[in-house]
Design a protein around this ligand. Structure first.
Ligand SMILES: [Zn+2]
Length: 65
């Protein structure tokens, strides 16, 4: 039984993961993944957000004074 088993490395570059940037090896890779995620999200032809779905805001509608 060899206990010396690395978990999955950085999903971006495969380097050993740094605890601080888990599950990545560095901030750069974390950012890279984030950017990838965002560009992927933006690329998805999603439905437009319906204002009715948003929570109503109490500010602005109510008159005070
Ligand atoms: Zn990396």
């Amino acid at each position: 039984m060899s206990a010396r088993r690395h978990k999955t490395g950085c999903p971006i570059c495969g380097k050993p993961v740094v605890k601080e940037y888990r599950p990545f090896c560095s901030r750069r890779c974390a950012d890279a993944d984030l950017g990838r995620w965002f560009s992927g999200a933006y690329a998805v032809p999603g439905e437009p957000v319906d204002p009715a779905d948003l929570p109503p805001s109490d500010d602005g509608g109510t008159e005070r004074d």
